[in-house]
Design a protein around this ligand. Structure first.
Ligand code: SAM
Ligand code: SF4
Length: 349
């Protein structure tokens, strides 16, 4: 097989076979990565131009009933500091974000039974009442079809639920007693209900092979999510995976570029995790086809308690200063911050 041919096929046909994707991951070197990244950038320019979309991230709760082996919020982490935001605190974050030009708010949190459908519907409706033109993204984990539907009917537009890994064995290895099939059913339900749905996966999970990553590529190609969150695994000191190394920058960039070529119109964040392993991570992610960033809007006092992994980047940057810094940074890279809702062009509610 010829690696350049595979990369051009990805660029021209937005597709590749399992064998080709595996060959690409197994044999990629600096020169072929550069070609891959350049073609991913070209593809992004074709569909989105040089725009980078911003989403204000509100970390709603650090309580979680699940026990994912990699995450600092897992229920068995007795050192975790737990908090919940009130509706008024959420509204304050939203007002601050709107002023900074963020027209999408992402409410993310652990799976916290306190946030019942009733409470979420009330928060969603209150945000939409004040900001009817802004988009609401939820990322609250696995819930029932009825729950997703109620929140959608209340006005939520998008839902992020990473599939985490498309290999059943690896998924079950890092999620003890959780159902691989149910997570996928949730993703299917979200799409069916009408959410712009985001899947995604971590790169460098302990024991992850290139075959596992190819499973991720083939899964997202088939599922066609509107968004795809890809970031490196980073260890957290109070989890069972504390002693493993973080996922590599190069491999995460490779995965971002491949997903941009497989799904040319996908909304692809340059994640905070990527910035956390390397200070050029976000910039490299944007240059490899990434077109979304998610600045933190959470109240300053709780930020260090939303601790998914160690050494999280930018947690204590002041919002207005961060907004200015990020605008200048993005411009210096030849891109532009876009302050509209930034929907996937194939999805309009
Ligand atoms: N609880 C919801 C869920 O799991 O879907 C949403 C919040 S969860 C903290 C958001 C994402 O953080 C997860 O999908 C996971 O991929 C990522 N994450 C958690 N721990 C991580 C770690 N140690 N390194 C990198 N990413 C991590
Ligand atoms: Fe909870 Fe999400 Fe962390 Fe898993 S990844 S422990 S569901 S917050």
């Amino acid at each position: 097989m010829d690696i350049e041919k595979i990369i051009y096929k990805l660029y021209e046909e937005n597709n590749a076979t399992r064998e080709e994707l595996l060959y690409l991951l197994d044999n990629i070197d600096e020169k072929s990565r550069e070609l891959l990244v350049n073609l991913a950038h070209k593809t992004r320019m074709k569909y989105y131009g040089n725009k980078v979309y911003v989403r204000g991230l509100i970390e709603l709760t650090s309580y979680c009933k699940k026990d994912c082996k990699y995450c600092g919020l897992r229920r068995n982490n007795k050192n975790a500091q737990r908090y919940r935001l009130t509706k008024e605190e959420v509204l304050e974050c939203v007002r601050k974000g709107d002023k900074l030009g963020y027209k999408t708010f992402v409410m993310q949190g652990g799976e916290d039974a306190y946030f019942t459908d009733e409470i979420m519907v009330d928060i969603i409706k209150s945000i939409k009442k004040e900001f009817p033109d802004n988009a609401i993204t939820l990322s609250l984990g696995e819930r029932s079809y009825e729950s997703y539907k109620k929140m959608f009917d209340a006005g939520a537009d998008r839902y992020l639920l990473r599939h985490e890994s498309a290999s059943k064995e690896l998924y079950e290895d890092i999620h003890t007693n959780e159902s691989f099939e149910y997570r996928r059913e949730c993703l299917k339900n979200l799409k069916e209900i009408g959410y712009q749905t985001g899947a995604g996966f971590m790169v460098g999970i302990p024991n992850q092979t290139n075959e596992d990553l190819v499973n991720d590529f083939l899964f997202v190609k088939e599922f066609e999510p509107a968004m795809c969150g890809i970031g490196p695994f980073i260890p957290h000191k109070d989890t069972p995976l504390r002693d493993y190394p973080h996922g590599s920058l190069e491999k995460t960039i490779t995965c971002l570029a491949i997903v941009r070529l497989l799904l040319p119109k996908v909304l692809l964040p340059a994640t905070t995790a990527l910035s956390s392993i390397d200070k050029t991570g976000r910039d490299q992610g944007i240059k490899a086809g990434g077109n979304v960033i998610m600045p933190n809007l959470s109240p300053m006092g709780v930020r260090k308690n939303y601790s998914l992994y160690d050494n999280k980047a930018y947690i204590l940057d002041e919002d207005a200063e961060y907004r200015k810094m990020i605008g200048e940074k993005i411009e210096s890279l030849g891109f532009e911050i876009e302050t509209t809702r930034g929907d996937n062009p194939d999805f309009r509610k």
